[in-house]
Design a protein around this ligand. Structure first.
Ligand code: PBG
Length: 328
């Protein structure tokens, strides 16, 4: 680039007023980009706070409707639903039960707040007694036998009215299996947002307390990606796209901005960034101590994800962000 040097070139010229700075801003945050994760469990009037995540609750269906209605009123276009079943077992029955918690809540939300998009997390870990994302045999997490359960889960959620299904298990071939099952059930218009590049991350710690999904033995490193890898993330995303993913996700977000950038540049698909539980917890904790400004740090982090290439921002702070954006 052949830029004029100082004193002809003065970058500060474009920073002299708020209006001018806004005029030349390259990226922006908008409420239409936000997705709010919600955690459903059975009950009534249940709003159970979670130690590790201030402002995040396990909610009964009636409370989910309240929360989702409030988010919708603020302009948040979508929620991402997770379920905490009453009973866990070795085949994750609760994940694909016709009246499973996510299926129930999905039906309810589509009835009460029809224009709110319901994205359902497709995974088995919350429903398995051992907390892994696939079927376990002899201490191993089996890939191919798990696909059928994941596909059934996605189809039953879509059947219940989910607008988008989002597989987060990281089994090989799950997107293909889910697409085939959806199509087979006539659900050809249900898009798949795959957690395509999902890393085995310590930033998921607080989530596992909320979702009660910590693995009972071992860890998730045999299916989630190694934080050391970037080329592998591109291969993972390419495979999911070949298998039928309509949108892709990178997760976590802030520590993986390089991956978001590569994925968006390489494939150009609608790309989501998931600002995960640990990212949220860090901001909340530092802000509670008065060490950082919660609003500005949150907005700056999300803007960084947008700058990296994310179109969709999944964040526990979605409602606060919507309020802040409204205030300008
Ligand atoms: C389920 C799932 C997890 C998250 C989203 N879906 C946990 C995990 O993989 O252990 C993490 C989200 C967060 O930390 O906010 N597989």
């Amino acid at each position: 680039m052949n830029l004029p040097g100082f004193p002809v070139g003065r970058p500060r010229r474009l920073r002299t007023s708020p209006a001018l700075r806004r005029l030349v801003a390259e990226t922006s945050l908008n409420v239409s980009q936000l997705v709010l994760p919600l955690f459903a469990r059975s009950g009534r009037k249940l709003r159970r706070p979670v130690n590790a995540m201030p402002g995040v609750f396990q909610l009964s269906p009636d409370e989910i409707v309240r929360e989702a209605t409030a988010a919708h009123a603020l302009g948040v276009p979508a929620v991402l639903l997770f379920g905490i079943p009453d009973k866990k077992d070795a085949k994750a029955s609760g994940a694909y039960a016709k009246n499973g918690i996510v299926q129930q809540v999905t039906r309810l939300l589509k009835k009460e707040v029809p224009s709110l998009l319901v994205i359902t997390d497709v995974c088995l870990c919350e429903y398995m007694e051992h907390g892994h994302c696939g079927i376990v045999h002899g201490g191993k997490i089996l890939n191919d036998p798990s696909l059928k359960l994941l596909a059934r889960t996605a189809a039953s959620q879509a059947e219940a009215g989910a607008d988008i299904v989002a597989p987060s298990d990281m089994m090989d071939g799950r997107v293909r299996a889910i697409r085939a099952e959806l199509d087979n059930e006539g659900l050809i218009d249900t898009p798949i947002m795959s957690y395509a590049a999902k890393f085995a991350s310590a930033f998921y710690g607080p989530f596992r307390e909320v979702a009660e999904s910590a693995p009972a033995f071992g860890d998730r490193r045999s299916y989630q990606m190694d934080a050391a890898n970037s080329n592998e993330a591109i291969r993972e995303v390419a495979l999911d796209i070949q298998e039928g993913a309509d949108m892709v996700m990178v997760k976590p977000a802030l520590a993986y901005l390089d991956i978001i950038h590569r994925v968006k540049t390489e494939f150009g698909l609608p790309t989501a960034a998931y600002a995960v539980s640990g990212e949220h917890a860090m901001i909340k904790a530092a802000a509670a101590n008065g060490w950082i400004d919660e609003r500005n740090v949150t907005l700056e982090s999300l803007l960084a994800m947008r700058r990296a290439g994310a179109d969709i921002l999944i964040t526990y702070a979605a409602m606060d962000v919507a309020r802040w954006l409204k205030q300008g």
